[in-house]
Design a protein around this ligand. Sequence first.
Ligand SMILES: *Cc1c(COP(=O)(O)O)cnc(C)c1O
Length: 392
Amino acid sequence: MTHPTDPVTTGLIHHPYHPPAGFDAVPPAVFKASTVIFRDTQALRQRSWKSRDGYTYGLHGTPTTFTLEERIATLEGGRHCVLVPSGLAGITLVNLALLRRGDEVLLPHNVYGPSREQARTLLDAMGVGWREYDAMDAAALAAMITPATRLVWLEAPGSVSMEFPDLRALVQAVHAGGALAALDSTWAGGVAFRPFDMGIDISMHALTKYPSGGADVLMGAIVTQDEELAHRVLQMHSVTGTGVSANDAEFILRSLPTLRVRYEAHDSVARDLALWLQQQSVVTQVLHPALPGSPGHAHWRAHCTAAAGLFSVMFDERHPQDQVDRFVDALRLFKIGYSWGGPVSLAVPYDIQAMRTAGASPQGRLVRLSIGLEALEDLRADLAQALKVAFG
Ligand SMILES: *Cc1c(COP(=O)(O)O)cnc(C)c1O
């Protein structure tokens, strides 16, 4: 390189120093780029965004995001992974990659709410039809599938009401009907069950939850086994500009080694609290798939080795909503807020009957609890004092 005449301007931009090679450490390095520099024009022309063995532009991946993609593919038991800026963006990308005008998609009756809202607005505007099926009835799903049905979304358990479906039977029905099965695998976290052991075609995991574990990063992952499916997802990824930042990827890479121990800690405390709440006279039902008597408990036992720290509590309808809200407002350690998977326990009241348009809905007034990483005794004391404030 010619020596720059101005050391403070050009010299600081085109600096000759290169640190010695051979550095190694526990965390993977964080590479940040919009522009990726090519060695020469031939390299520029030869390289393609479709290939994961080279780099073209920050949006299509860096060593940092490729590293995280490989680890998430391993976590899910799949082969190809694409990262997107949120779990919801993951749902969007799967829908855009696989659905065309005139196609139909089926959603479970207990689907993640924003996914239904997307069908109602975006998919409807695209000319894609959608219907809901009863996730607890595989035969009914089989009967609903038509030649137009391209894609069926699955969730295990369902959002908020927590019914655990017969996943393998649902996947079988989807494939018998000639459609693709996409699973929102966020609850499983790659720990409770291995998504691809269920025979699904696509897994969408909101890394925002347990893989992040900090309540600080939004990210989604789409994992596939099949080369051709992976390519369709990658194609849509490249034209929608839905890449992720290296700093966000770094947070998830740092949290992944503790994923299993955190998941198991959330699980253990949540199950103890669920059992304790079940014994409180004001509580009519606790919806937690690992609890005998919860909807789909037998399916949970057949599919899972663990459970997320997430469950819902039902109060009798004779208690007005105000009184249930007073319980939530009286909680001190539990904060009021959406999402889950972080260290802080959370509570949200949901109008579950208004959210369901198909399938059965639990009776009464619902509060969903996400159990963080606080001590069991402290969380139990917090629930006890709040129950006392609201219900006496
Ligand atoms: C949180 C969540 C999502 C969406 O993830 P975001 O990153 O918040 O967009 C999707 N599905 C399920 C089941 C979730 O819990």
